[in-house]
Design a protein around this ligand. Structure first.
Ligand code: ATP
Length: 555
């Protein structure tokens, strides 16, 4: 079976690292035990980079996607001007196909440019992403070598030291015979591979030169399919929005500025899928393409950057583990005037490292222009259509006019685009990591998933205290009533304390118990998952109370 691989999953790791890895392993085991996440095709040994969401996982992820859709699209009030928004705007949705005309990917640049560089190790037969290997230069016994590792931080230092000692045949107490020539650096800075000790090799120079690897999954359309019928599974949902820009404008009377949102599967043949669902080969994205006038685009970029960051905070990610990182100028794509990533300090990353949850990019007019004119490349300060050796466009655009016409100002222009692009699986993983807590309660360890009530898979559990005296009947009636509106769960099995614990483990925010007093005064016990406080309220008010408890905050 494929292992769930974490960055820090190596044998010799320091105490803090060990605790973090253990924490992550506990979360992975809870996810399997309680039905959040399973390995895809597990009974056949699994398939690396693919995951299945179990009964609770599917609810959690659906709640996250629905919160996103409600907060960004269906609940967006275009008549109310938010304080920080430059003007009123519409938000509409779309669901485009996964397989599209191959020309889409040629013009978008994915066909030529969507690749990572990989290196193979001839000794261990392992394949790595070139930019994910790091290492340190070290000199000993007259030779200088580059000791490579897949991990960063303190753990990377420790691992490279152990491996250098082994390579030079030294014992731990001879560590001073190793002269380190700088800190951990990326393998991309190394020109001479003959001096590299690959992450799982015993001899030098076993890595091949970096080779390009296109991340798009290829497939064949139709029964007669040959190479000319090759198509691709989409690596992002965004292009489906760009190619429908005109359809949406013509059919829905939206006026610029407006946004089109889409949630759907994307596929990338990642070289090294890892860290649970963080880097998968099939995943879901929640993307917005926001179209605006070029002159207003810097303001809208700022708006979406801030609004999307706030959304994660409102749904419960702690500000200490969440950050908004503006890309440096040299990190920006050739067409981008600004990009910021929302990042989370996942527990499987070394301390101080963050993983991307969402990117917010100012994309200028790059996408719409590409689909009009053909694949664009930068020439000095200009974006021009790339030409072949005969001076013809290398990848021809649709030739359609995708400009927007403002009938009030009589201006015709190609809108600029701001793209907040989020991963539903990475978001779900961050919410799972954030929720996981172990607490000491009355001398016992309580495992509790502290999900925000809006995303919790089960909102409330209904318990009859004992299975007699009419309590089960009353509890079932309340369950039936609440079930019409909320995801609630009925449990009459075992001691009440144990039933509470089972619900804590899956993050159910409220427990409602029908007990002896209910029979006398029609009140129930309401137990709060986080504070463990209990209060009594009339059974007739439970529905209203739950509704208020689950209501979304304004976003
Ligand atoms: P990375 O640098 O981590 O590969 P990216 O910058 O290529 O990510 P984008 O192309 O900006 O990612 O995609 C937008 C979002 O889609 C990411 O922020 C992430 O949440 C999600 N995403 C991208 N690739 C994957 C993947 N392999 N598995 C899970 N989610 C992904």
């Amino acid at each position: 079976m494929d292992q769930v691989v974490f960055h820090a999953g190596h044998a010799k790791i320091c105490k803090v690292e060990k605790e973090r890895v253990m924490e992550m392993e506990k979360l992975v085991s809870l996810c399997k035990r309680r039905g959040f996440l399973f390995q895809s095709s597990e009974i056949y040994g699994g398939l690396n980079g693919f995951w299945d969401y179990g009964p609770l996982g599917v609810e959690l992820k659906r709640n996250i996607k629905e919160a996103w859709w409600r907060d960004m699209v269906s609940g967006h009030n275009e008549l109310v001007l938010a304080e920080e928004a430059p003007s009123l705007f519409h938000m509409v949705g779309l669901d485009s196909s996964i397989i599209m005309h191959p020309q889409v990917w040629k013009c978008s640049g994915h066909y030529d440019l969507f690749h990572d560089f990989m290196v193979d190790c001839k000794e261990s037969k392992k394949r790595y992403r070139h930019d994910q290997i790091r290492g340190r230069w070290v000199t000993s016994r007259g030779a200088e070598i580059f000791v490579a590792t897949q991990v960063g931080g303190e753990e990377g230092d420790k691992e490279t030291e152990q491996r250098a000692l082994k390579y030079f045949n030294l014992r731990s107490k001879q560590a001073e015979e190793l002269a380190w020539n700088g800190p951990l650096v990326s393998l991309t800075t190394v020109a001479d591979f003959s001096k590299v000790l690959a992450p799982e090799a015993k001899t030098l120079g076993t890595l091949t030169a970096p080779r390009e690897f296109n991340l798009m999954f290829k497939t064949i359309v139709g029964a007669l399919g040959g190479e000319e019928d090759a198509a691709f599974l989409r690596p992002e949902t965004a292009q489906g929005i760009f190619v429908n820009f005109k359809n949406v404008v013509d059919s829905s009377r939206v006026k610029i500025p407006f946004g089109i949102a889409q949630v759907g599967k994307s596929f990338r043949n990642e070289i090294t899928p890892r860290n649970f669902t963080f880097r998968s080969r099939e995943f879901e994205q929640m993307e917005i393409e926001f179209f605006c006038h070029p002159a207003d685009s810097p303001k809208w970029y700022q708006y979406w950057r801030d609004r999307r960051f706030r959304w994660y905070l409102q749904l419960g990610l702690a500000s200490s583990r969440l950050r908004l990182r503006d890309h440096d100028k040299d990190e920006l794509s050739h067409y981008s005037c600004g990009t910021a990533d929302i990042e989370y300090a996942f527990p499987f990353l070394p301390p101080g490292e963050f993983g991307e949850l969402e990117g917010i990019a100012h994309r200028g007019d790059f996408d719409l222009r590409s689909h009009m004119e053909g694949k664009l490349v930068r020439q000095g300060e200009q974006l021009v259509v790339e030409s072949d050796e005969h001076g013809k466009p290398r990848h021809r655009g649709s030739g359609k006019d995708l400009k927007y016409f403002n009938d009030q100002t009589r201006e015709r222009f190609i809108p600029h685009v701001i793209e907040p692009s989020a991963g539903a699986d990475r978001g779900t993983l961050a919410f799972l990591c954030e929720a996981y807590q172990e607490e000491q309660v009355e001398g016992e360890t309580r495992l509790v998933m502290k999900f925000h009530p809006r995303i919790a898979p089960v909102k409330a559990a209904i318990f009859p205290l004992v299975n007699r005296d009419g309590m089960p009947e009353k509890a079932q009636a309340l369950y039936g009533e609440l079930k019409k509106e909320f995801a609630v769960f009925f449990d009459d099995g075992g001691a009440i304390g144990r039933r509470y614990r089972r619900q804590d483990e899956i993050g159910t925010p409220v427990g409602i118990t029908i007990d002896g007093q209910t029979l006398q005064d029609s009140t129930v016990t309401w137990r709060d998952r986080d504070t463990l406080q209990q209060k009594r309220l009339p059974i007739s008010q439970v529905k209203e109370e739950l509704r208020a408890f689950l209501a979304p905050a304004q976003s």
